[in-house]
Design a protein around this ligand. Structure first.
Ligand code: SAM
Length: 294
């Protein structure tokens, strides 16, 4: 007998006024079971069992990650700044509770210390239990320091500086809203060592271009070099834009051969998306993105 699936649809909008989102574009997925649904102190957690994505995590109704497509997001978001930096030893991740970014950071044997500041311990516990293919052994690695707290507060109080900072936050509503501001990017700039890089996603550039442009403009008012690029993420329903920012390093100029050598020297293997040629090509933007950002 044919297996029955329930159809679930998720909507994304391209206008955000206050907390109101207008939905202009809709995509969906099928699932056969809701494995978990609960509420942490900060957000609603849901886990779906799906034929296409495997286990799929939602927070407050927003897609976060899934077993089968996590690399489409985590590799560009992590490997671009890690490989563009000549020797990343200290890394700060803000958010990232599912552990996918941390796992990719720790692949680089140059890394001596990876600090992750996540507001919601419930997401970390949940991922260690149900999403082990996303986080691997990252939370048990002795280079990892997990701090449970607000990323904004940590940035205001810490004296430490980092080679690479990665923001892996929920969309700019709820607890992460204050972390998508020019003021916050200025503080982050002050936490970077010389040659340091700030990496973040700048939203869905086809379905939410106005929000993406706003984030890019805030970044470009703070950093000398802003290198946007976009990559397809099935779970997010389209092209996700990212931006690597620095006061002294233009990551779009790092050549494929340099990236390949760094991957080899640092023992980074078995990536599914990222390589040297992809790095070089990704900064050659299509016309609609040049127009959006420049
Ligand atoms: N890749 C995902 C995306 O772009 O949709 C992000 C995934 S990760 C699970 C997002 C994490 O950011 C969540 O676990 C959430 O708890 C965390 N977060 C939100 N606001 C935060 C804050 N102010 N400080 C630290 N972590 C925060």
């Amino acid at each position: 007998m044919a297996k029955e699936y329930t159809q679930e649809y998720h909507a994304v909008g391209n206008k955000m006024e206050g907390e109101n989102v207008r939905f202009d574009y809709v995509y969906g997925f099928a699932y056969n079971k809701v494995l978990y649904t609960g509420q942490t102190e900060f957000q609603k957690i849901e886990l779906f069992d799906t034929p296409f994505f495997g286990k799929l995590l939602k927070l407050d109704g927003q897609f976060q990650t899934s077993e089968k497509d996590e690399f489409f997001y985590h590799e560009p978001q992590t490997q671009v700044p890690m490989c563009a930096h000549p020797r990343p030893e200290s890394v700060l991740i803000i958010g990232g509770g599912d552990g996918g970014i941390l796992k990719n950071v720790l692949m680089h044997k140059t890394v001596k210390r990876a600090v992750m500041v996540e507001i919601d311990p419930g997401v970390v516990e949940f991922s260690m239990k149900y999403l082990t293919s996303v986080c691997g052994e990252a939370f048990k690695d002795k280079r990892t320091q997990l701090i449970i707290g607000d990323g904004k507060r940590f940035v205001e109080e810490t004296q430490e500086k980092f080679d690479v900072i990665i923001l892996d936050l929920t969309d700019p509503i709820g607890p992460s809203k204050a972390l998508y501001t020019r003021e916050f990017y200025k503080k982050l700039s002050g936490l970077l060592k010389k040659g340091g890089l700030l990496q973040l996603h700048i939203e869905l550039c086809v379905t939410r271009p106005e929000i993406s442009r706003q984030i890019f403009q805030s970044l470009s008012s703070v950093f000398k070099y802003n290198c946007p690029f976009a990559s397809y993420v099935p779970l997010y329903g389209g092209l996700m834009a990212f931006c690597t920012n620095s006061q002294d390093l233009d990551v779009s100029k790092v050549k494929a051969g340099v990236i390949e050598k760094r991957l080899k020297d640092r023992g980074v293997k078995n990536l599914k998306l990222y390589n040297g040629q992809w790095h070089e090509a990704s900064f050659k933007l299509p016309n609609f993105l040049k127009k959006l950002y420049i």
